[in-house]
Design a protein around this ligand. Structure first.
Ligand code: NAG
Ligand code: NAG
Length: 282
């Protein structure tokens, strides 16, 4: 069987009326701590595995790289092996007892891992992307990334996941008694993992202590904006970056039309699906 996106899609009729309220994007003066953060060098790590979702990695990285022209930071791409890591997922078992799908027909790109889990440097910020590769790792009983998270968690300042990257956080145990969200199209599969997690059915992203989790794929960019706004304040570098890359992020963490689209249990089926954004600072 060939793996196709359609196997994951259900079509729903959306009948609710849009009630979009434009958000205000104030850019208040940075606090003293945010000003101090602007001159600190944050060490960022992004985990890679075969079958990461491209935008889960590149979306946040786009913002990090652009912002590094203003504030010092370092980046490490961390995987089981250094060198090219493909975005194409390995074969996946779609139903128990069935043979794995073939995935050779899926186009792919590669990113270079700079470090392995044993050579990764000290990290302040660790980001775990999602992707169908997560499903393959679960099926292979591979807990390498979970062990890496557990070994680093205490010394991390912030742990971020995008999309189904929250599966890895859930399985590592760090989400216990914490709020988290994830990809709304894969909600049922993902939320079966972990114990005592307060999964939030309608959220573009969540924050609980040092853990930030985002909804599916593109939501990672909105979470990254909110995270960096917390870290540095929006005024100056971050506002210039967002308007420079011409991306108007959703700044309301409760905005989540995809919880309506995917009929996530616990989400308001009549919730607004209208998108309501404007450039930062406007
Ligand atoms: C993973 O673990 C499950 C449950 O213990 C087992 O049934 C399965 O065969 C294992 N898969 C692999 C690839 O080792
Ligand atoms: C950076 O800024 C945030 C938000 O003001 C603050 O909580 C934090 O302590 C600062 N320092 C670091 C290392 O995150």
């Amino acid at each position: 069987m060939r793996l196709s996106t359609l196997q994951f899609l259900t079509f729903l009729t959306i009948t609710n009326l849009p009630t979009c309220t434009p958000s205000t994007n104030p850019t208040p003066n940075p606090t003293q701590r945010q000003l101090q953060n602007r001159s600190k060098t944050f060490s960022i790590g992004i985990v890679l595995f075969p079958g990461y979702e491209p935008l889960d990695v590149i979306g946040p990285f786009e913002i990090f790289q652009s912002l590094s022209t203003y504030y010092p930071m370092t980046i490490s791409f961390i995987a089981s092996t250094t060198g090219p890591i493909p975005s194409r997922p390995p074969p996946i078992i779609l139903s128990p007892g069935q043979p794995p799908t073939t995935t050779d027909h899926i186009i792919s790109m590669s990113l270079l891992a700079t470090h392995t889990f044993s050579t990764a440097p000290k990290l302040d910020i660790l980001l775990i992307p999602g992707g169908l590769g997560n499903m393959a790792l679960v099926q292979q009983n591979d807990t390498t990334i979970e062990s890496f998270i557990t070994s680093r968690y205490g010394r991390l300042k912030y742990l971020l996941s995008v999309c189904s990257g929250s599966v890895v956080l859930a399985r590592s145990g760090v989400l216990k008694r914490k709020k988290a969200t994830t990809n709304k199209g894969h909600w049922r599969w993902i939320t079966q993992f972990g114990e005592g997690i307060r999964w939030v059915p309608s959220a573009r992203w969540t924050r609980d202590g040092k853990i930030w989790t985002s909804s599916g794929v593109a939501a990672g960019m909105d979470m990254t904006y909110a995270f960096l706004e917390m870290l540095y304040g929006a005024q100056g570098g971050l506002t210039n970056v967002m308007n420079g890359i011409e991306y108007a992020p959703h700044t309301d963490p409760d905005w989540d039309p995809f919880s309506v689209v995917w009929n996530v249990p616990g989400a308001d089926p009549q919730g607004s699906v209208e998108s309501c954004v404007k450039p930062i600072g406007w």
